[in-house]
Ligand binder design. Structure first.
Ligand SMILES: *[C@@H]1O[C@H](CO)[C@@H](O)[C@H](O)[C@H]1NC(C)=O
Length: 212
């Protein structure tokens, strides 16, 4: 169960109307997905809150940033060099410590995944200061067990099997809440996904590393 953030979105859309860029239009083509440790898209700041980025397998690492492509037609999905990315792969770890998330699965990019299962689609919302990525019915926050630790791995080598074995990669779930658990699971972090459009030079590369 998840309550809609529509009221908050409307407030967010009305306040900085003139200053707000048309962030929906930024979410096209290719880009990286940076992850911000923040429970507020209003106050989040990419310069200070970024803790990592998503890998080609769909995990969170500190610097192993993959390039994703947004599909050009409905349902709008994200694709990496590994394949389509989805929260519907039931072989992924479930968010067992979360009241509302315990039957949900970590994000995974894999060959052969199906697009648009159970309303899954990705978009940004005009009114956001930056192009944060939402999914489904206004799911604009994500849930991670911990921030990723440093890694000295240059390549795109994080396999799903490494989840739980190294702190350098973390699974990423959608954030669900409701009356039984209003906030993030204690010990977890509530995060935002920021779309960072690829420059034309970057588009030629498969993998990029975050400069942090
Ligand atoms: C994440 O944000 C919370 C709340 O601002 C803060 O207490 C915590 O130290 C941050 N953690 C990391 C890893 O940045």
């Amino acid at each position: 169960m998840k309550y809609s953030h529509a009221a908050l979105l409307l407030i967010g859309a009305a306040t900085p109307a003139l200053a707000s860029p048309n962030v929906q239009d930024d979410f096209v083509g290719q880009g990286q997905i940076h992850v911000l440790n923040s429970s507020s898209y209003v106050t989040a700041d990419p310069a200070t809150d970024t803790i990592g980025c998503l890998t080609a397998t769909g995990l969170l690492s500190k610097r192993n940033c993959a390039t994703f492509t947004r599909t050009e037609s409905y349902p709008y999905m994200l694709v990496s060099s590994r394949g389509l990315c989805t929260f519907n792969d039931k072989s992924m770890p479930n968010n067992k410590d979360s009241f509302y998330g315990k039957n949900t699965y970590a994000w995974h990019c894999l060959e052969g995944a199906k697009a648009g299962v159970e309303g899954e689609r990705y978009y940004s919302v005009n009114g956001f200061k930056y192009p944060y990525l939402c999914n489904g019915n206004l799911g604009c926050y994500y849930d991670i067990p911990a921030a990723p630790s440093d890694d000295d791995d240059d390549g795109d080598s994080f396999a799903i099997e490494e989840v739980g074995k190294t702190n350098a990669v973390q699974p990423v779930w959608q954030f669900f809440w409701g009356s039984h658990q209003m906030g993030i699971t204690p010990g977890h972090l509530q995060v935002l996904w920021l779309w960072v459009p690829a420059s034309s030079k970057d588009k030629r590369d498969e993998q990029h590393r975050l400069a942090m």
